[in-house]
Design a protein around this ligand. Structure first.
Ligand SMILES: CCCCCCCCCCCCCC(=O)SCCNC(=O)CCNC(=O)[C@H](O)C(C)(C)COP(=O)(O)OP(=O)(O)OC[C@H]1O[C@@H](n2cnc3c(N)ncnc32)[C@H](O)[C@@H]1OP(=O)(O)O
Length: 161
């Protein structure tokens, strides 16, 4: 599910511009190209933005694999290596389990190649929500834009393929 104004996957100035695809063995592969806009220490990615990139990758996996709206309840990150500006993080996310509304996902991010050195590891708990979560806490304008740019209606989420 893609939303053009999403900081993670949308077309936002200084955003992460991430792409995610569902691949073999129900793994979701995401890429994050680290630019100067994502800097913390000179020449290195900001840890908070790396956490954001993993939130996006993990959330994309939960949404695309289960086709249910869910939000991040908890996110843990292990920063194992510095991530330089100019590098690309190859993130692979897997669904670890579902318990009622709770969706457990985890991801590994490798530097510059699918088999590059492991730089960041993350785990998250997403909690399935109803559409009322977005209608009551978000804005009607943003939801309208979402349904136009995503090209889907809320009914699409009722189907679990
Ligand atoms: C039209 C719309 C389309 C939408 C498209 C989708 C786009 C997605 C975009 C994604 C963008 C990227 C992603 C983003 O940026 S998502 C944005 C960041 N996240 C949020 O804003 C979420 C804010 N939090 C909430 O809204 C509520 O707290 C939620 C909904 C999460 C739960 O409140 P709710 O009252 O509903 O449920 P509950 O409290 O009964 O909890 C239910 C169960 O979950 C367990 N639990 C909860 N929290 C935690 C925790 N921290 N650690 C451990 N466990 C936790 C809890 O114990 C319980 O377990 P159990 O007792 O059943 O065993």
């Amino acid at each position: 599910m893609h939303y053009i104004e999403c900081f993670g996957c949308g077309d936002v100035d200084g955003g992460l511009h991430m792409t995610s695809t569902v691949g073999e063995e129900h793994l979701v592969r995401s890429r994050f190209e680290v630019t100067r806009a994502h800097q913390g220490a000179p020449g290195l990615a900001h840890g908070g933005l790396l956490a954001c990139a993993f939130d996006e990758a993990l959330g994309s996996a939960a949404g695309n694999l289960l086709r249910r709206p869910a939000v991040t309840g908890k996110l843990e990150t292990d920063f194992l290596r510095p991530v330089p500006v100019g590098s690309t993080l190859y993130i692979v996310t897997k669904l670890d389990g579902v318990a009622g509304r709770k969706i457990y996902v985890s991801a590994n991010g490798r530097l510059d190649a699918e088999d590059g050195p492991l730089a960041v590891r993350a785990r998250a708990l997403f909690v399935e929500v109803t559409f009322e979560h977005f209608t009551s806490h978000g804005s009607a304008d943003a939801l309208e834009k979402f349904s136009q740019t995503a090209g889907r209606s809320r009914e699409d989420w009722d189907i679990n393929p």
